[in-house]
Write a protein that binds this ligand. Structure first.
Ligand SMILES: Nc1ncnc2c1ncn2[C@@H]1O[C@H](COP(=O)(O)OP(=O)(O)OP(=O)(O)O)[C@@H](O)[C@H]1O
Length: 262
């Protein structure tokens, strides 16, 4: 069953067409990788899916409902959660509190206003804490053991994992990961692939879209890959198909020889 579909999705900034008429679809339970050279429109595409940018043309459908102009909080309530390329944690909160922040728009009461809680609110909070701990416990580095540490004290790789936990705690239908392995070394990236695969053990029907420059991660995770170049979809298929596509090879080689990882 199709979860999210875009039709001719377009984003223009002044004279620059950052995303140009992209048709895309992801089914429930599928993992799709989005690749493309720097500046090819990947993050802009994500920002439209999550309501950060309002597309200048085209449409977005989620479970059949048109959400083209949905704002981020509405997209979140529908079940679209994301991580950010540069990370957005609350540094002065601990690990557990950061995950609980991922429930923010789903819960009426919240952890930070400790006074005057009703019994129902306390029960709601206990359930939220249990869910957050369950998610923290399943990553291979076992973030649960670090639940009381400040987010700022975590290693870089654990910060990225924590972001994924925060996105997962709301039990999204669609998880959008923007360069989850950025800044990780090859061993950490291999572990991350393992961890992301494990997400399906707790949320089997989740769909995942991942932007990555690391082709090993894309190959290890994605059922299907879409390649953007200068805002346009130039290829789509399995990793093997896309990685030998002449337009894809040319897009990477034309941009920068160092990016010729496919
Ligand atoms: N808010 C904005 N205003 C103007 N131009 C923008 C804006 N956001 C992105 N762009 C431009 O749109 C194009 C696509 O950028 P985008 O960040 O989506 O690419 P990307 O594929 O995610 O790149 P990278 O791999 O480097 O993260 C770039 O030319 C960028 O400069």
């Amino acid at each position: 069953m199709e979860l999210l579909t875009t039709k001719q999705l377009t984003m223009q900034f002044g004279g620059l067409v950052a995303v140009n008429k992209v048709d895309f679809t992801i089914a429930q339970g599928e993992t799709v990788g989005i690749i493309g050279p720097n500046g090819s429109g990947k993050t802009t595409f994500f920002n439209m899916l999550t309501g950060i940018y309002k597309p200048t043309a085209g449409e977005i459908y989620f479970l059949g409902q048109q959400i083209t102009e949905a704002r981020p909080d509405y997209a979140f309530r529908l079940g679209i959660a994301r991580t950010f390329q540069n990370g957005r944690l609350f540094w002065k909160l601990n690990v557990l509190e950061n995950v609980l922040m991922g429930l923010h728009s789903r819960q009426k009461s919240f952890i930070l206003d400790a006074l005057f809680r009703s019994r129902r609110e306390r029960e709601e909070e206990a359930l939220a804490v249990a869910e957050a701990q369950k998610i923290l416990s399943f990553f291979s580095q076992n973030l649960l053991q670090q639940q009381d540490k400040l987010a700022a004290s975590l290693s870089y790789a654990d910060r990225r994992r924590l972001e994924i936990c925060r996105a997962l705690v709301s039990k999204p239908k669609l998880l959008i990961l923007d360069e989850p392995s950025a800044g990780m070394d090859p061993n950490e990236t291999t572990e991350l692939v393992h961890d992301i695969r494990k997400i399906r053990e707790i949320q089997p029907q989740i769909s995942i879209i991942v932007i990555e420059h690391d082709m090993g991660l894309i190959e290890g995770l994605a059922n299907r890959v879409m390649c953007l170049s200068s805002g346009e979809k130039i290829a789509e298929g399995t990793f093997a198909e896309v990685s030998r596509d002449q337009m894809v090879i040319h897009a990477y080689l034309g941009e920068d020889d160092n990016d010729a990882a496919v």
